[in-house]
Design a binder for this molecule. Structure first.
Ligand SMILES: O=C(O)CCC(=O)C1=CC=C[C@@H](O)[C@@H]1C(=O)O
Length: 321
């Protein structure tokens, strides 16, 4: 691999378009950008974006770890199990994952209060091909009613549901029996335990794994109803681990959905590149970018790119090797 000559770290703080609750209510998304300069002058970029409430590491810990690992790489040593957000960023930078094109194809994310979701859907100029609906957030009957209303409005749209392990088996079964599931391609992590989700699969309902894949020691085993792996590289970790999951899914004829963790346009564009590579048939879950106010990317790497090309309004240098 091309030798790394130098590394820079930039921090960003981007205002959100609406407050979001990750661990607590937030008005902005913060993260860091890795810039590598290789011995031949080429550059590589990656994004460190641990998500509060979902990642084990904080941004401060991730930045410390990135400094440590980048120094090791420059000294010609290997990485030693960096945190997932750091591993993802360094791998993208080292492998020069393309971020030149903005992600256009994606499953539309529907979350919030039922009334807000319905209002949002009524405003759609065209019916989306695929939506991801967050469930298990309101009383069952209210969500069944919402689901029925959405199915009535979008009779040919593919639905992906995400319960984030918040239902018991009985709640999940009761929801599935009460609504028409024919347009639902899967429910991500429906139940509070994997055993309960496996039982739901055995009852005839399609299941996807997401949070379980973020445990580095977890390797899926095929079960009846397992339909998709939802891979969020910022939470899963390095590209080799993601590739291992992709390979397993292919061998077992399970879909792969590449999904975002509210990265900036840099990380989201790299996820679009990876989605095209790993799972070109499936719409990725990249509809998180619109929660971040419009912002500038580092300019596309070229021989004469320098730090000044990065908009000082959004990014600032915090470390140089
Ligand atoms: O998967 C998608 O389509 C978008 C990403 C998304 O829904 C999430 C990303 C990260 C944390 C959560 O907010 C949420 C999820 O639980 O999947």
């Amino acid at each position: 691999m091309n030798r790394i000559a130098a590394a820079n770290l930039y921090r960003y703080d981007l205002p959100l378009t609406e407050p979001l609750s990750w661990a607590e209510q937030r008005q902005q998304r913060s993260g860091a950008i890795v810039e590598l300069t290789f011995a031949d002058g080429q550059r590589g970029w990656g994004e460190i974006a641990p998500l509060p409430g979902f990642s084990q590491e904080s941004l401060a810990q991730a930045i410390d770890s990135a400094r440590y690992h980048l120094r090791r790489l420059i000294e010609g040593e290997s990485l030693i199990a960096p945190e997932p957000s750091v591993a993802f960023a360094i791998d993208c930078a080292q492998q020069q994952i393309n971020f030149a094109t903005a992600p256009t194809q994606r499953a539309m994310l529907l979350q919030g209060q039922p009334a807000d979701i319905l209002e949002q859907v009524e405003g759609f100029p065209n019916l989306p091909r695929c939506v991801k609906l967050k469930v298990a957030r309101a009383p069952l009957q209210q969500e069944q009613k919402l689901m029925q209303a959405l199915l009535d409005q979008m009779p040919v749209t593919e639905f992906r549901l995400d319960a984030n392990r918040q239902w018991s088996f009985e709640q999940a079964l009761s929801f599935c029996r009460a609504v028409d599931m024919s347009q639902v391609s899967f429910i991500e992590e429906p139940c509070d335990t994997l055993a309960a989700s496996v039982c739901l699969g055995a009852s005839g309902y399609p299941i996807a794994l997401d949070e379980h894949l973020q445990d580095p020691l977890f390797m899926p085993t095929a079960f009846e109803g397992l339909s998709a792996l939802v891979i969020k590289p910022s939470l899963v970790g390095g590209l080799a681990r993601c590739q291992e999951l992709v390979n397993w899914a292919k061998q077992n004829k399970i879909k792969v959905i590449v999904s975002a963790s509210y990265e900036s346009s840099l990380g989201t564009s790299q996820l679009a590149t990876l989605a095209e590579q790993w799972s070109p048939q499936q719409l990725p879950g990249l509809d998180t970018l619109h929660y971040l106010q419009p912002h500038t990317l580092p300019s596309i790497p070229s021989a004469d790119t320098d730090a000044a090309a990065i908009s000082p309004a959004h990014w600032h240098l915090i470390w140089q090797s």
